[in-house]
Design a protein around this ligand. Sequence first.
Ligand code: GUN
Ligand code: ZN
Length: 443
Amino acid sequence: MTKSIKPTLYLASLLHFLSDPDIDGENAYQYFENGAMLVEGGKVVEIGTAEAVLANYHGQYGCADHQIIDYQGHLIIPGMIDTHIHYPQVEVIASYGEKLLDWLENYTFPTEGNFADKEHAAKIANFFLDELLRCGTTTALVFGTVHPQSVDAFFEASVKRNTRMICGKVMMDRNAPEYLCDTPESSYEDSKVLIEKWHNTGRQLYAVTPRFAITSSKEQLVKAGELYNQYPDVYMQTHISEDRDEVALVKELFPENTDYLDVYDQYGLLGKRSVFSHGIYLTSREHKRLRETGSSVSFCPTSNMFIGSGLLDITTLEQEDVAYSVGTDVGGGTSFSMLKTLHEAYKVTRLKGNKLSPLKSVYLATLGGAKTLQLEDKIGSFKQGNEADFAVLDFNCTPLMSLKQGTCHTLEEKLFSMIILGDDRAVKATYVAGVCVHERDNA
Ligand code: GUN
Ligand code: ZN
């Protein structure tokens, strides 16, 4: 991929977060209606009002050897971050009528079986990354399949686009079809090879990935814990407390553990780089343990409603000071778009009797996601020196959004209509490390 060497100045409205707007209110973000962002060598150099940045810019660079890209009338935000998604499940989207355990058995496992074929894996990985970029998502925490070649195919596709992605080989050695089972030893060895090959190769990062407690033996969980502790800056991703039948089965399989989280805790799988998706039925003891260990939950509203798993109460997570971010969980989830996912997060929160503000929503999809991944010094905001991953949003992308914008007076109102009415059509362009990787036709 060619890197833009020339300093480039983007003119647009700009919004990014410095902290949580629920805590710091107006001090939590910077919004420049007539803004400019200077990018050089794939990194953010400066953002501010167009007037201030232009004055500096001309002082520094004169008028030669530079380019200006004019997105005035559009809003630039940091590239969105999806903290839970399965790339091999693209074709599982829209699978009808089953709850979690049957959905896995009837739809998901057979589809994942196809990823023994590396060519197939490469085809789907390329499709998947392009789809994320079309939706303005530039970083994701991604499940592969049990096949190590599925992870090679994924990272190869990500390296081509220079995207900052985190992925891991699923570890699963029981309660699944034989063709999808590894062993404690092979899962350990295969994961180790992948970590050494891919973790911190360019922008790629690795996550130790035991699928969930039901599909891993105790011996395999020991191996997952060993890997996670042996490589202290890799991630750990898994599922937890998504569905009532799943929680009951975990209790049967691990009678000696206090609760579901305690299973993962026993094997050393909690920590600041641990992301547990769903977490709908966690108890306050489990919340306390997540908080103590700095682990986070990924809220996946489209999936939870589509599969009929339940409604996560983020207000309880807030009260109990548990870190959380947002994931699409494709293919249990029904959209690649974080805007659509935030829309559904809003609805779930309403059904729980509370509100999810538009500012908090955008925070969760950008800096909030970066913080749960310990990546806030690289992505999630336009802090000087951060990687220039960003999405250009178009408030006039559909006739309805355009009409609605005419009634919006504040930034919050504009963002809220973008979240409720927006999807991939609202993403005019996506940039990865200062390079345009998606541009929507104006047709
Ligand atoms: N629990 C274990 N595996 C999965 C999966 O692939 N998707 C979802 N939504 N939940 C899971
Ligand atoms: Zn999932």
